[in-house]
Design a protein around this ligand. Structure first.
Ligand SMILES: [Fe+2]
Ligand SMILES: [Fe+2]
Length: 195
């Protein structure tokens, strides 16, 4: 599944993302653990390749939701934005999870089981970190930066700390709130939670 998802990701990326710097960005991704990393350490898609799989699911959800809301013509004009946000919004998670083992009692016997720990090599936040990494390779539009920056919605640590910007951003950039719901739907409806 890891190799199939990697191929689908790269094919989708090459089909829709063409702007200056995008080739270099893809080469960078291939050098990181993006294609084998989990989507989280213990919550959604906490398995090898989970991050790539999650990104593809969010891309598909976003494509569908934008089509529902704005129609086919809008999709044709904005497909690169949809692909960039869907495929790359969680690029902040590269080189963040490390595989370790712990002891667990299974049927009365202690066995060693693998688990992921968090070792963030670039602690810069979440949505803002993705915008920062992407901006090193490609120039994001204002709308793309807003979508990616605020994709965690009310779960964003800055919002939890009292930051006001989120709802203003969602009023000004409707795609950002659509995107946030797609990230949630992919996480809670399309993916498995680790027990
Ligand atoms: Fe995220
Ligand atoms: Fe996500």
């Amino acid at each position: 599944m890891v190799e199939e998802n990697k191929k689908e990701f790269i094919d989708t990326y090459n089909k829709y993302i063409k702007r200056e710097g995008s080739k270099e960005l893809l080469e960078f991704l291939k050098k990181t653990d993006f294609f084998i990393a989990p989507a989280s350490s213990q919550f959604h898609s906490a398995f090898e390749g989970g991050l790539c799989e999650h990104s593809l699911k969010v891309f598909k959800r976003f494509l569908f939701a934008v089509k529902q809301e704005f129609g086919e013509d809008y999709i044709k004009k904005n497909i690169e934005t949809i692909a960039i946000c869907g495929l790359l919004h969680d690029i902040c998670k590269v080189d963040t999870f490390k595989l370790d083992t712990k002891n667990k009692k299974v049927d009365g016997n202690w066995v060693q089981v693998p688990y992921y720990t968090v070792e963030d090599s670039l602690p810069y936040g979440h949505g803002e970190k993705s915008v920062y990494i992407l901006s090193g390779y490609i120039r994001l539009t204002r709308e793309e930066a807003m979508i990616i920056n605020w994709h965690m919605g009310g779960f964003d640590a800055r919002v939890k700390g009292g930051a006001y910007g989120l709802s203003d951003a969602y009023y000004k950039f409707p795609l950002a709130v659509i995107f946030h719901t797609c990230d949630m739907l992919a996480t809670y409806l399309d993916e498995e939670r680790k027990e």
